[in-house]
Every structure is written in C-alpha cells, then in structure tokens.
Write a protein that binds this ligand. Structure first.
Ligand SMILES: [Zn+2]
Ligand SMILES: [Zn+2]
Length: 727
C-alpha cells in the first residue's frame, strides 16, 4: 500500500542488519534489493514479515536470489510510475500519538498546528488525485515545503520521510474563521460552540455541522435547519473517559473507538440527563466517535459536540469552501475553514460491535478504499449498487474496491458525486471495467446510469436481483464460493416477478439463485406513502389477514386506503420484511409515521431491550409462503389483555427468529446445504441477529454474518460484483 512509510521502515531495518541495496515503489507494490550475509538477510525478511509498520498490509512476499553487486550503501530510489499497474491506497488515518505529543508541546515548532501529520497518520485517500502517491499528485501540491519540512521529508531516518502531506505553520495549510486565522480562529470557533452556535467545520472528507450536544436549543435548531426529522446525530467526545459518561463502552467497543479508522460506534446509552434528548430521540443507542484530526483535538473540550455531515437532508456532503458558504449558509452560524483542498468527499463510517466482531453500518472514511480481498483474480468489473445508502464496487485482480458512502441515489447531486468518485477510483486503481453490473430495478438512477455507460463504451451490462446480491455480498466477504441458504430480510428490492421483495429465503451462489420461500405478498398501497406511514402498512397487513380494522386515520384517508387495497389500484405486491416490522410497530403503537428509514423498527427493538426473549408468536408456514397473520391476531389479543407492549415487541422478534430457523431447516432438508448467509438491512437489528444466530447455532448451521461490509444496501455492490465477475 502506498503512503504508509514502508520504504523508510525498510531503510532503517536494512541499516540495523548492516545490509546494503535499495528499496523502491512501483505502482503495483514495493521492490527491495538487499546484499549481506545469509543470516542478516534471513532476519531482515523475518522482521518484515512479522512486524511491518503499523499501516502496512503485506499480501505476499516473493523472494529471489541474485549475484552480489558490490553495493556499498542502502538507498531509497525514486518512484516509478507504471501506467497500467495498480496498488491499494491508504484510507485517511486518525492523527497518531507521536504527532499529538508534538502538537501539545509548547517547545515544538508545530505547537498547536492543526495539520500536523507523519507517515503513520493523516489524510491520504481524500487528497490523492492520481498515483503514484507523491506530493505533486495530491492537493498538498500548492504548499511548497519550507526548508525545515523539506529536510524532514528527505531524511530517511525521520518519521516524516516522504510523508506527502507534511507541513508546518510556516509553509502549510491554515485555518480561518471569518477574518481570523490560526489559533485565534480556533479559539473563536470554540467560543461560538460554547455560546450555542452551529459551526460548519471543514475536516478531512468534508464539512461537519457541529454544536454543543448538551445545549437543547442548539441541537433542536440544527435538527430543524438540516431537515433531519428524528434521525439520530453522531457525537464527538474528547476522549474515551468522556464517552463513558454518556454510554456503555465494552472492551471491544473501546478498541473500535480508538482504532486508526476512528469510526462512529453505536453504543448503548446511559441516559445522562446532561445530553439533549434531541440528539437521538427514541433511540437506545448513541453514535460516538473520538477526535481524528489534529483540529478536532484542539476544538474538543469538556462537552461532547454533535458532529453531523455538512449537508442539507440527503444531499451529498459539502467539501469546498465556496460551496460551504453557499450551500450551508442557512444551516451554519459560523464557518471554521481551511485552505487544504479535499479532492473527494468521504463521510464518517458507522459501525457497531456484535458478538465481539465488527458489524459495519456505513463503510466509508478510514475503511474505503481498502479492498475486500476476493478468493481469486477475475475480470475488472464495475458494480453500481442500488439506490439507498449507495456505494459502488470496482474490482481489479483479486481486490474489490468499495467506494466510500455516496448517499441515496435519488437526485442529480448524488449522481454527480457518484460519477466523481468513480472517475477517482478508475484513476487510482488503473481499472477500466470490462463489464457493468446493476440492480434489476429498471428505474434506479444507478441502473439507468449503468445502462447508459455500458452502451456508450459498448460493454455488457448484467442486471442482478437485489436479494441475490445481498446473499453474494455476505458470501464474498467470507470467501464462500459454493452455495448457501440466504436469509435476506430488508426493505425494498425489485423481484424477478415485478413485485417488491424483501422477506426472502434463497438458495444460491455467485452463478445463480433459487427463491425457496418468501413472506406472503401484501399490497403496498401508494408506494412511498406506505413507507412514510407504517400505519398504512399495518392496515394492509390486517386487510390481508382478514382482520377487521379501524384506525387513527381520517375517514377520507381510510376510505381511499380501503378502496386501494380492495381494487389493487396503485398497489404493488410486496414480501418486504422491513415493511412487516414497520407495520407491526405501528399496530402496537410504537409510531404511525416515520421520519427516517426503519425508525419504527428501531424503536420497537429498543422497547424489548433487556427482556428475556424465550417465547413468542408463530408464523404460519404453508408451502413456500410464510404468513404473519397469526402474529397480528395474537398481538391484537395481547393488546386487549393489556400485555405490556415491550413483551409484544419481544414476542414478535422471537417469531421472526423462530421463522428463520424453521425455514433454514426446511431449506437444508431440501438442498442438503448447511451454510446460511444472513443479510439485508433488517439484520442491523442486533436483537434479532442474536436470536437468529443462537437458534441456528443450536441446530449446527454454519452462519455467515457481515463483518466487512454493511448488511444494508451499502454492501450491495460487493455482491453484485461477485456475481458479475463469474457470469
Ligand atoms: Zn503522526
Ligand atoms: Zn514547513
């Protein structure tokens, strides 16, 4: 990987073993020539293999013997650009301990300098414009180094040897706040935040909107201005100890919070009254992250800050200063900017811990563009993902390069962000797709773009069914190449029969799939209207189950809905499990309308928090169709008997887990396959995931769950690519 201080590391190692020779980068890796005793050479290789520098990732080492050349020194040779070769690029890495020590040392020449970095830390992916990773190909190009920085940069024994973003207060980027600069700008931003203002802060992969998380008025104002509904905000706290004031942090979670990727980690809240309830209404989890840029360390004080993407609603995140002043004008009260350009946007990543393993929710900064390793080489393909939480996947050799989070591909702004990110990946990895892969849905913006691009370049286009891609994604990340049973539960995906699928039991591999079982179709009346109003979905389920209903709707709305369901006008049949969760949540009074995807399901899951879930309702399973009607009947009875709603919610979760087990046993009986892949957005629900994995484990199933890419549509492109490569 480029830009991780590998060559200076090798230089120092060679010196230690009294070896002469050379080390150099090529666009496809590193070559090292060493001359010395066999013993020293052996020790050198062992050390390289066993303790490489912190950010390096060694795929393989090939060794060849050659005649001694009589070299008298060890040298680092210049990078050689090889037009067609490709090598991974480092993601952006959180500031390291060494740099932080210097930044807080009044005697250091970078004292309180917010752009301090070294070969072990700092921006990479978001400032690189082309490879090889050298300063002229980064946005640091416009900052010529001063003599002191230049000396560090050229000294192989220095921590900043070839650190491309190397800079100092004399020669490097500077912050500004209105007309203020340097420390005065940072102090002014700190004061503004303390005073309850909303400050747009330029970071590594784009702007954040920040405010004091303990100031209810500030948080509510930010929510209103951003058009955010009730969707939780992420929080940044100065250190782990301060996170622990507001949330439970396990050993594994602490490790993830302090990892060099610095993701947002979902943590169980402690309900500290100091925190504004407007941060994460109705949510049992808080998304926390620790400071990852030097600037964050200078900004953070006692109180945690809301740190949310600098954008309005679902628009792409803002990255340029001019753009910020116009697009964030109505959102921010003040701007803390800097003059180091961001070449591509990269949102914060979101993750959580499940059973001691990482369960990614959004894979972006710190992770992308690290490749997911595939089991073998194959054609270079571009998979464009789905619609929501979009990412794309470009493969080259045995690497699957997943893009950073692009957003919901529903508007031209997001499409433009997609095109820019794709052009970037194409350049960085020298990858020209020979095949395009998109979702089966004909109207997805991503599918239409892929069709256009394929036609323009005269390339084949492969359309992949949504849930097949989910199954392939979880299989690909585990290197599973045979066939598996897929339990794919999510919100929306276009089926091969034109219906909206989402509660699917599949059996398949990369080369194809069979739909074994599915949730009974119910009419999705009015499409989006039923997604925003789960109550409508609940009524559709009751209608479908033949249960009389009367609900909190106006007479007119009720009449129209009834008519829609009866005539099928403006209705699409759906087997969506996500919608079933919504419907059930609405029925038991969790909420009737939602302001973000899966809100009702998330709040229903939160209700059964801490309950022992050892019994529940039961789906009826007839042939290939499972029917939730008995769940609704039982729940209505329980509601009449005043059974606590938390218990009803728990019984529902139990029913779904029990259903999965029954389906998998039937599928195993039919196919002889013992491996089960769990994917789709519903499996972000860890209450359900736990029940399901426990039940399947008891019956000796081999279970594949997501650890590298999200179970939601953010991981879809990996599955599409895995399928597209073999067809
Ligand atoms: Zn550093
Ligand atoms: Zn300098």
């Amino acid at each position: 990987m480029q830009g991780v201080g590998f060559r200076p590391f090798v230089y120092a190692l060679a010196a230690r073993h009294s070896l002469t020779g050379m080390v150099g980068n090529t666009s496809s890796g590193v070559f090292i020539e060493i001359q010395g005793t066999a013993e020293a050479a052996g020790e050198f290789v062992d050390h390289l293999r066993n303790s490489p520098p912190p950010l390096a990732m060694i795929d393989s080492i090939a060794i060849e013997e050659m005649d001694a050349k009589g070299e008298v020194a060890f040298v680092i040779v210049d990078s050689q650009a090889q037009p067609l070769a490709s090598t991974p690029i480092s993601p952006d890495i959180a500031v390291c301990a060494g740099c932080l020590r210097e930044m807080f040392d009044p005697a250091d020449r970078r004292y309180r300098y917010p752009f301090i970095n070294c070969t072990n830390c700092g921006p990479r992916f978001t400032i690189i414009q082309d490879i090889p990773y050298d300063r002229p190909f980064t946005t640091m190009r416009s900052f010529p180094m001063c003599a002191a920085c230049d000396a560090e940069y050229h000294d192989p024994s220095n921590r900043r040897f070839h650190a491309q973003p190397n800079a100092c207060p004399v020669c490097g980027p500077q912050v500004s706040f209105g007309t203020l600069t340097r420390d005065a700008a940072i102090q002014a931003a700190v004061d503004a935040l303390r005073g309850g203002l909303i400050v747009a802060i330029k970071g590594i992969g784009g702007f954040h909107l920040a405010c004091d998380a303990t100031n209810g008025l500030a948080v509510r104002t930010l929510r209103d201005r951003k058009g955010r509904g009730a969707k939780p905000f992420a929080l940044m706290a100065k250190d782990l100890a301060r996170v622990r004031r507001y949330a439970h942090v396990s050993e594994d979670e602490a490790q993830l919070l302090t990892a060099k990727e610095r993701p947002i980690v979902l943590l169980r809240t402690l309900d500290n009254p100091e925190l504004s309830p407007a941060v994460a209404p109705g949510n049992k989890y808080l998304g926390f992250l620790l400071p990852y840029t030097p600037l964050h360390h200078l900004l953070l004080g006692e109180k945690p800050l809301v740190m949310t993407s600098g954008n309005f609603s679902d628009e792409p995140i803002v990255k340029d200063n001019g753009e910020a002043l116009s697009r964030l004008a109505n959102l921010a009260d003040a701007f803390l900017m800097h003059n180091r350009d961001i070449y591509v946007v990269c949102d914060d990543s979101v993750t959580r811990v499940f059973e001691k393993r990482e369960l990614p929710i959004r894979r972006s900064r710190g992770y992308s563009p690290m490749p997911v390793k595939l089991t073998h080489s194959g054609p270079t393909v571009l998979a464009v993902g789905g619609e929501l939480k979009s990412t794309f996947c470009l493969t080259r050799d045995d690497n699957a390069y997943l893009s950073q989070h692009i957003g919901d591909m529903e508007n031209l702004e997001t499409l433009a962000a997609f095109e820019h990110a794709f052009a970037h990946f194409r350049a960085l990895f020298r990858a020209e797709p020979t095949r395009l892969i998109c979702d089966l849905h004909p109207n997805y913006l991503s599918s239409r773009w892929a069709a256009g691009y394929a036609a323009e370049k005269n390339l084949p286009l492969v359309r992949v069914q949504h849930h097949h891609a989910h199954l392939a994604a979880v299989m690909a990340e585990h290197g599973c190449e045979s066939r598996a049973i897929g339990v794919i539960f999510d919100g929306t995906g276009y089926g091969t029969d034109g219906a909206i699928w989402g509660g699917e039991i599949l059996c398949g591999g990369f080369d194809g799939f069979e739909r074994l079982m599915h949730l009974k179709y119910v009419p999705l009346a009015g499409g989006d209207a039923s997604i925003r109003r789960p109550l409508r979905m609940a009524l559709a389920h009751l209608w479908s189950a033949g249960i009389e209903w009367d609900a909190n709707l106006t007479a007119v709305e009720l009449r129209i809905l009834r008519r829609q369901l009866e005539t099928g006008v403006n209705c699409v049949p759906t087997s969506s499990m996500g919608r079933l969760f919504d419907a059930f949540a609405a029925l038991i009074g969790v909420r009737e309308t939602v302001s973000y995807e899966a809100q009702a399901a998330i709040e229903m899951e939160a209700m059964c928090d801490g309950l022992q879930i050892d019994r529940g309702y039961r789906f009826s399973l007839e042939g290939d169709v499972f029917d939730p009607a008995p769940l609704f009947q039982s729940a209505l009875e329980d509601l009449r008997r005043n059974v606590p709603r938390a218990q009803i919610a728990a019984s529902f979760h139990h029913a779904v887990a029990d259903l999965v087990l029954r389906c998998c046993e039937t599928a195993r009986g039919r196919t002889g396959i013992n491996t089960v892949g769990l994917s789709g957005g519903v499996f972000q629900n860890t209450t359900l995931l736990k029940l399901v994995t426990e039940a399947l484990t008891r019956q000796q199933f081999e279970i594949l769950t997501h650890r590298k890419v999200p179970p939601n549509d953010g991981g879809l492109a990996l599955g599409q690519a895995a399928i597209g490569r073999v067809l």
